[in-house]
Each structure stands twice: as C-alpha cells, then as structure tokens.
Design a binder for this molecule. Structure first.
Ligand code: SAM
Length: 245
C-alpha cells in the first residue's frame, strides 16, 4: 500500500501546471496513448484524474481510473462531480487490482516504479496483462532505468530535484523534491534496471516491450526557447514505455 500521495494530493495536482508537465510529460504521454476514440481505457495510478479526463475528452467510450490514494481519488471524484464526463474512479492497489473487465488500452503515467521490489512489480504487470486482450497495449511514463547514477541532478530550473540511494540496485529508493507554489514536497519511487523490467514484462506475459524517448511539443520551444529544454532532454529522468500482449 502506497499512501504517500494522500498527504500531497493537492500539491501534486497544482504541479501539473509547470511547463515541463505540459510540453514534455503530457505531450509524450498523449502521443503514446494515441487515438482513443470509441475505446475502453483503464488509467492506472490515475491520481486526481488529469489523464483520465483528457482521454475521455478525446472520445474514449469508457474510462476507468484507479489509484491507491483515497485523497487522490477524492480529488478526481470532486472534479467529476463538478464537470461530469462519465469517468469511473476506483480506489485500489494495482498489485491487487479487482476484476474490472477487459480494456482496449491501459495507460499509466507513473506507476511501475512505485513497486518496492521485483515481486510487487510482477504483481502489477500480471494484473495489467490480465486486463488486456491479445494484441492490447499498455503505455506508460516511467522512471528512466538507464539514467546514469551520477546524473541525478540539475533539474532545479524545472521545479524539482531527484536523488537515489547508493549503491544503486533494484529496489533502491529514489526521492523527488518538488517545488510548487513556493512550497516543497517530496515523494519516493524505486529503481529497477532495464533488464529487471524486461524480465518481469516477459514473465507477466507481455510479448513485446519498447522504451520510447521523451518528446517536446513545438509549442514548448515557442514559449520558452530551445535552450530551456536542453538540460532536461539531455538527461531525461523519465521515459516512455509501450508493451503489448
Ligand atoms: C506521480 S502520481 C501520477 C498521477 C497521474 N497519473 C498523473 O500523472 O497526474 C503517481 C500516482 O500513483 C499512485 N500509486 C502509487 N502506487 C500505486 C499502486 N500500487 N496502485 C495504484 N496507484 C498507485 C499514487 O497514489 C499517485 O496518485
């Protein structure tokens, strides 16, 4: 059970306004999500529903958002009540995902790296595979497993910083320090090597997996200049992921 987001739900929601979130994170993730028109979509680690809402607004037939944090689900439901889109939210741990049926697409912006060990990672992946038909897609944003251990620095201008326990190995704790609205909050994730991720994906039943680089929206260059993005994109802390069953 990962309860850390209960304390920071509102701060996390506001951090979505940062340029990085808009022009790199959301841009990359929505490219991965692709055409959702008429599809059944499961949004895992949905938080306060930022991507659930976008996916529903883009024409998905059905969207179910799942998050382990009751505070995040409350924020998501409040927004659903204020501006109903027909999204269902479920408070659950993906490691013990209840039976929700089969989905055309499963999306997860920041889920897998909250598994504290390989067995937990496998449990998440088994539930994801179980909820997809043959040929179904799982897309994600995730910790970049290839980030060099000496390069967990230099993100202050983007509103956060990041450290990792050393020696770094599978299960090493990563800490993010986020600056939003002049307040500081932190949360933790866990490192796994690319080899570990890929072994777990294969054991869970994914037939293929591909790590995909971050993409920058041209509007982000117009708004902030190309140089602004250089340091981040040269040392990406996160990465895209697409797996198929
Ligand atoms: C960084 S937030 C991302 C939220 C949302 N996807 C977004 O991008 O706005 C990560 C979310 O993962 C959720 N989470 C962490 N571990 C989880 C688990 N085992 N099952 C379900 N949700 C989990 C947290 O509660 C948190 O809301």
């Amino acid at each position: 059970m990962n309860a850390q987001y209960d304390a920071i739900a509102e701060q996390y929601r506001r951090s979505k306004d940062a340029p990085l979130r808009r022009y790199v994170e959301a841009y990359t993730f929505m490219q991965l999500v692709g055409d959702v028109h008429g599809k059944r979509v499961l949004d895992l680690a949905c938080g306060e529903g930022f991507y659930s809402r976008r996916i529903k607004e883009l024409g998905a037939a059905e969207v179910v958002g799942v998050d382990v944090s009751p505070a995040m689900i409350t924020l998501a439901e409040q927004q659903e009540q204020a501006a109903p889109l027909g999204i269902d939210y479920v408070c659950a741990d993906v490691q013990a995902l209840p039976e929700l049926g089969s989905f055309d697409l499963i999306a997860a912006a920041y889920l897998l790296h909250y598994a504290p060990d390989e067995r937990a990672l496998l449990r998440m992946c088994v539930h994801i595979v179980r909820s997809l038909p043959a040929g179904g897609r799982f897309v994600a944003l995730n910790e970049n497993p290839d980030q060099a251990v000496g390069q967990y620095a230099g993100y202050e201008q983007y509103g956060f910083n990041k450290t990792v326990e050393r020696p770094r190995r599978d299960g090493s704790k990563i800490t993010y320090f986020m600056i939003a609205d002049a307040s500081l909050f932190e949360f933790h994730a866990y490192h796994f090597s690319r080899m570990t991720y890929e072994r777990v994906f294969a054991v869970a039943g994914f037939r293929s997996s591909a790590w995909l680089p971050l993409q920058l929206d041209a509007a982000g260059v117009d708004a902030h200049g190309r140089d602004y993005w250089q340091e981040y994109l040269a040392n990406p802390p996160i990465i895209g992921l697409e797996c198929r069953v």
